[in-house]
Write a protein that binds this ligand. Structure first.
Ligand SMILES: Cc1ncc(C[n+]2csc(CCOP(=O)(O)OP(=O)(O)O)c2C)c(N)n1
Ligand code: SF4
Ligand SMILES: [Mg+2]
Length: 297
């Protein structure tokens, strides 16, 4: 696509049709089967509040997940939902968005789903920039399968599957998202519901791929709730979220884990670019089906 065509598309903020519903109205009525105290309850509460604040009609929302405790999320939300296959939330969500670009598409899942089996998808969908929000509930463990180390587990973590401690250095989801050119990158914490609600709202209003790493402790297999409470701190108000290198430096901060928006820089979405290509093709003075048929002969 010629670069002037891309430049002529002005990135905008997402707007929605409005309804008046409470946070509870966005819950499906199915009681979550998560363990008492699981961080994912906090994420569900913040998400429902964000939808109520944004006033999005439930029938315009599609939530797509992979497999894991966190991936049960769509079942508990009053919207369309797709509980997919392990590691495939992002490609499924991209398919939904490309087929029905007017829908609000949110992908959800865990650290294993996103960064083990689903890892091949993440950087490419980030650089493609479809208008999808991706919420990753990071508990630094495989919760559903009873506590195996994940790509975000700390080095030396001793579990049944790693009795002598994990050997690998953990992957940093924020640095990964920044390096992959995600146009919105943030980190929230299930124990900070008000701040998390605001982050989810900002992510959903962002037009383009918005990634939120949500620290969401697994109280049964890796209960780090108190450690995370001690380690998290807000991103300084002086941080300029358009500065990607400054965002990387914040992510590397050795003294604790910053919460807030690390980076936000809108750019044309994948759907918009695809539409421009189709429009251009519609104006072209060649007959594409005829050209294709020549190869079929
Ligand atoms: C193809 C495939 N491989 C492995 C599994 C087993 N499995 C189910 S969930 C899961 C990991 C879940 O961890 P995470 O994504 O972090 O979610 P959590 O349960 O921690 O929320 C694994 C390995 C599977 N269901 N399908
Ligand atoms: S096993 Fe862990 S992640 Fe799964 S529901 Fe229980 S506390 Fe939550
Ligand atoms: Mg996990």
């Amino acid at each position: 696509m010629p670069s002037n065509l891309i430049q002529s598309m002005q990135p905008q903020t997402r707007t929605f049709e409005l309804v008046n519903l409470s946070a509870n109205d966005y819950k499906s009525g199915v009681r979550p089967v998560w363990c008492p105290g699981c961080g994912d309850y906090g994420v569900l509460a913040s998400f429902s509040k964000a939808l109520a604040d944004l006033r999005i009609p439930p029938e315009q929302i599609v939530i797509v997940s992979g497999i894991g405790c966190s991936s049960r999320f769509p079942i508990f939300v009053n919207s369309y939902g797709l509980h997919g296959t392990h590691g495939r939330a992002l490609p499924l969500a991209t398919g939904v968005k490309m087929a029905q670009p007017e829908l609000v598409v949110v992908a959800v899942g865990g650290d294993g789903d996103a960064f083990s089996i689903g890892m091949g998808h993440f950087p490419h969908i980030a650089r493609r920039n479809p208008d999808i929000t991706y919420l990753v509930m990071d508990n630094e463990i495989y919760g559903l399968t009873k506590g195996q180390p994940s790509p975000t587990s700390p080095v030396g973590m001793e579990k049944k599957a790693s009795p002598y401690g994990t050997l690998e250095t953990p992957l940093d989801p924020i640095l990964l998202a920044l390096a992959s050119n995600a146009s919105f990158v943030a980190r929230g914490f299930s124990s900070k519901p008000k701040e998390l609600t605001e982050l989810i709202k900002a992510a959903m209003q962002h037009k383009g791929f918005s990634f939120v790493q949500i620290i969401s402790p697994c109280v049964s297999f890796n209960d780090m709730t108190q450690e995370f409470k001690g380690a998290t701190l807000p991103i300084p108000a002086t941080h300029d979220p358009r500065d990607r290198l400054a965002a990387m430096k914040l992510a590397e901060h050795p003294g604790g884990m910053y919460l807030g928006i690390f980076y936000q820089q809108p750019r044309p979405t994948y759907e918009e670019k695809m539409q421009s290509l189709q429009d251009k093709n519609a104006r072209a003075d060649y007959d594409l089906p005829e050209m294709m048929s020549r190869f079929m002969r």
